[in-house]
Every structure is written in C-alpha cells, then in structure tokens.
Design a protein around this ligand. Structure first.
Ligand code: ATP
Length: 211
C-alpha cells in the first residue's frame, strides 16, 4: 500500500512531515507519495508559485527513500482533480493507495469532483487536527477500520483515523506570520526559511500563483 499526501504545501510545514512519519509507523505503507497541487480547484489560488511550492517540498522531504515527491499534477493541463491524480498513481505505483486527509480536508471531500470515484480508487486516512473536533460524518463510519493492517483487506474504499498527537501547524497561519515579517522557525523544516527569504516569498507584495 502506498500513501498519497496531497496538498498545496504553501508552504510545507513540520505538521505535514510529522503526520507522514506517524503514518509510516501506524500503517503498512511501502512509501508515502507527496503530491503538490499544481492548480488546486477547491480553494483560492496559492500564494507561492507552483514551482516554489514544489521546490520547498523537495527540500523538506529530503533523501528518505520512503518519501517520494510526485509531480503528476504538473504534468497535466487544467484543474488538479484528485480523482485524476489517483488514477495516475494507481498505474504508476501498481499498489493500493491510501489518501491522507486532515480532518478539514476530509470534511470537504463530498464537494470534490467525482468524489465517490475517489473512494473507488483509494482508502482514506483521516488525520485529526486542532480546531476540527467534530463527529465523523455518518457515511464514513461503516468503513472505518480499527487497525491499519485491516486496510489490506480491500483495494480501496476503507477508512482509518490516525490517533496521534494533534499537530498545531497550519500553512494559513504561517503565511500570515511571514507576511507580518516574522519567521515561525519552530513550524518550518530548517531548509525552508532560507528558501523563503532568498526568493522573497510570502511578503505582503508577493504575487499570486502562476503555473
Ligand atoms: P492551508 O492552511 O493553506 O489550507 P494546510 O496547513 O492545511 O494549508 P495543506 O497543504 O493545505 O496545508 O494540507 C495538505 C494536507 O495536509 C491536507 O489534507 C491537510 O488537512 C493536512 N494537514 C495540514 N496540516 C496539518 C496538521 N497540522 N495536522 C493534520 N493534517 C494537516
């Protein structure tokens, strides 16, 4: 089974990496594939350009062979729909997929393009997040597995909830702090502040994403 960690990564933060590490321990995953969204369809355009977000993600993920950054959404035209990404990754990695979603992202899943098909292509891993302490939607409850290994019983359509220390990091809060001139180093992998600084990202005057 291969984990799929999609996101805008605007910028990548320590919460993303800690969740990925915790999932490698909690689930029978051969690897974790990080997929930066080229043109995210469900939210306002990112602040940093797609190439900067990708470069920062590559720096943060480093050389751990279990972690892969996949550019499949940069290889397509048009909106970066997860359903298309999962179809590509199923072929590319030849293994069942487990889509990682923070609780905020998971609650938005039913608004995604062809979301039922998403559940036909991958399991969902729901990660709790501070500020999102809400009951699980009724539709997912029958699919939730108590242990990670039980996901191996099917190719897709099951769910698992990561019960671990909740991580406070948020890219929105980071961007606000950076715009105001502070650098929240505790929330950022060490490679990221120098990159942000040398490319002048997240300043109040920085432009919007262009791919
Ligand atoms: P933004 O504030 O811009 O939405 P973000 O911090 O949520 O950014 P994304 O790149 O949008 O980061 O997130 C990618 C995925 O990681 C999403 O599924 C999101 O819910 C999840 N995620 C991000 N931060 C955390 C966190 N601190 N704990 C758990 N999940 C997280």
């Amino acid at each position: 089974m291969v984990g799929v960690f999609g996101g805008t990564f605007d910028p990548v933060h320590c919460g993303h990496l800690a969740v990925a590490q915790a999932l490698m321990e909690a689930l029978p995953l051969a690897r974790m594939v990080f997929v930066p969204a080229a043109r995210p369809p469900h939210r306002p355009p990112p602040s940093a350009a797609a190439d900067h977000r990708l470069a920062m993600l590559r720096l943060a993920v480093g050389s751990d062979p279990r972690f892969v950054v996949d550019e499949c959404e940069y290889e397509r035209e048009g909106p970066s729909y997860m359903v298309d990404t999962l179809a590509t990754l199923r072929t590319r990695y030849g293994a069942p997929l487990a889509l990682v979603l923070g609780m905020d992202a998971f609650l938005g899943l039913p608004t995604w393009h062809r979301w039922r098909r998403v559940l036909g292509l991958a399991h969902v891993i729901i990660v709790k997040r501070p500020g999102w302490d809400v009951p699980l939607p009724a539709w997912v409850r029958p699919h939730v597995q108590e242990r990670g290994e039980l996901l191996l019983r099917a190719d897709a359509g099951l769910a698992f909830i990561l019960a671990t220390t909740e991580r406070p990091e948020s890219a929105t809060a980071l961007r606000q702090a950076l715009e105001e001139g502070s650098v929240p180093r505790a929330w950022l992998p060490p490679e990221i502040p120098p990159y942000i600084q040398s490319h002048g990202l997240y300043r109040r005057s920085a432009g919007h994403d262009e791919v």
